[in-house]
Write a protein that binds this ligand. Structure first.
Ligand code: RP5
Length: 172
């Protein structure tokens, strides 16, 4: 295995999902986590999904992010075929607003967990950050980077609070 071997797999049901979820990849890039991106469908290419998930751990993947919309079974099917942690990413849809994707992804039966992120909003970015957090458990350098990121968030919010207090005081 070399330094650029992917350790996170991002899979999605269609290329139409990519513009909606690419912040997942951006979060991994932010932390220099090597990843791969694939399109595969639980319904249209079920054999590809099974093969991908069955071989994922042996290929060096540690976490899989699975994004799909509508009857979103991709994350569940991936989880059915691998012991790796699977993060489900419900993709917003035009017809039902992504509630279809959310319920299809989150309502897993016992014994086959899928950690499901938000529909839209911070969901895609959070899936990448959550993958970083999982990886950081066994990687002190990555854990240090993530803590620095958290510290930066706190500083940003403190600055916003100070600014708001000043605005309120100046109003009078
Ligand atoms: C799902 O169906 C995909 O994840 C996508 O969100 C949705 C629509 O796919 P396309 O018809 O755009 O390929 O499987």
């Amino acid at each position: 295995m070399n330094a650029t071997t992917p350790i996170v797999g991002i899979v999605m049901g269609s290329d139409s999902d990519w513009p909606k979820i690419r912040k997942a990849a951006a979060a991994l890039e932010q932390f220099d986590v090597p990843f791969e991106v694939r399109v595969m469908s639980a319904h249209r290419t079920p054999g590809v999904v099974a093969e991908y998930a069955l071989t994922a751990a042996d290929r060096g993947l540690k976490v899989i992010i699975a994004a799909a919309g509508g009857a979103a079974h991709l994350a569940g099917v991936v989880a059915a075929h691998t012991p790796l942690p699977v993060l489900g990413l419900p993709v917003p849809t035009a017809d039902l607003g992504g509630l279809d994707s959310l319920l299809s992804t989150v309502q897993m039966p016992g014994d086959v967990p899928v950690a499901t992120m938000a529909v839209g909003m911070g969901g895609p970015r959070n899936s990448g950050l959550f993958a970083v957090q999982i990886l950081a458990l066994a990687d002190p350098a990555l854990a240090g980077k993530f803590q620095a990121f958290k510290d930066g968030l706190a500083e940003q919010i403190a600055a916003k609070d100070r600014k708001l207090q000043e605005e309120i005081a100046s109003e009078g």
